[in-house]
Design a protein around this ligand. Structure first.
Ligand SMILES: [Zn+2]
Length: 292
């Protein structure tokens, strides 16, 4: 059992895991996740915090890993979410995060206007003005992301904003654009809209293992993600867990279940490999994409 478990996770990368310290309880702290990832034989994880940057924490995870576990192939990475604490669409915060090695800049999540609206609140950070034009602050942010060849991830913004942002980011030369969990009810980006974004802009979809509903219950996204992958293909998809809430299994168990579900439903292991190793490695700047 243990060998099987290790095999399915060997070399795996997950670009979306939540850890403590945080304002809410998390299954693992940064160092515990490092231990779990090394034990599982994983290659990379990006830790994400809605309320504070994770790039400095990731650097300490790597120092800890080398000191405690010695030589191994695992690296932790971090990024920044442009919520209120980061100052919203704050170019300076983005620049500092990127200079420190951030791999992903997420647009607002829990402070997105879209999220506020979906939860019946007013306010929140928007991406466009009242006429639907992209806010100029985003252009400076796109240009920084481009120059570091980092990932722009869409966070929890609305489908309309996603379209506008993707168009602006592509025009600004951003190469790596990830649509964050399009299946999440707050984002709720339909498969037909995903198809259009894929065809027009070649974006990448991050399909996550589970999501929290409004009543606080967590549900699996596996079946709906499998369906979306069947419609849109594996070439532009990465699989992440979005793990960290204690209501979910610990990271390694969640990832194992998710990948096993895909295998049990006809996904080939080469396809799993592409979604959890090849494409994430390119997004993290670790490897070029293989020539087609
Ligand atoms: Zn998340």
């Amino acid at each position: 059992m243990d060998t099987e478990r290790k095999n399915i996770l060997e070399g795996v990368m997950d670009l979306h895991v939540h850890t403590a310290p945080d304002v809410i309880r998390r299954t693992y702290n940064d160092l515990e996740l490092t231990d779990a990832a090394v034990r599982a034989g994983a290659r990379a994880i990006v830790i994400k915090g809605h309320h504070c940057g994770t790039v400095a924490r990731a650097a300490l995870c790597n120092a800890y890993n080398r000191a405690v576990h010695g030589d191994n192939s695992f690296y932790m990475y971090g990024g920044l979410v442009l919520n209120r604490e980061a100052g919203g669409l704050n170019e300076q915060a983005v620049q500092t995060a990127l200079r420190m090695g951030a791999k992903i800049i997420w647009l607002p999540t829990v402070d997105a206007e879209n999220e506020y609206r979906k939860r019946g609140k007013t306010g929140g950070i928007r991406m466009t003005d009242s006429r639907g034009n992209l806010l100029p602050e985003l252009l400076g942010i796109f240009s920084l992301i481009k120059s570091y060849d980092a990932v722009l991830a869409t966070g929890h913004i609305s489908p309309e904003e996603i379209h506008c942002v993707v168009d602006g980011a592509r025009n600004a030369g951003v190469r790596k654009i990830v649509i964050t969990h399009p299946e999440y009810w707050v984002v709720d980006l339909s498969v037909s809209r995903q198809k259009a974004l894929l065809e027009d802009y070649g974006v990448i979809f991050e399909r996550c293992y589970r999501q929290p509903l409004q009543n606080g219950q967590w549900v699996s996204n596996a079946a709906r993600n499998l369906d979306a992958i069947r419609q849109l293909g594996t070439a532009h998809t990465i699989l992440s867990t979005d793990c960290g809430d204690p209501a979910n299994p610990p990271w390694e168990e969640a990832m194992r279940q998710y990948l096993q579900f895909m295998l049990d439903h006809g996904m080939r292991s080469s396809e799993i490999q592409a979604m959890t190793r090849t494409l994430p490695a390119w997004l993290l700047g670790l490897e070029d994409l293989p020539k087609q």
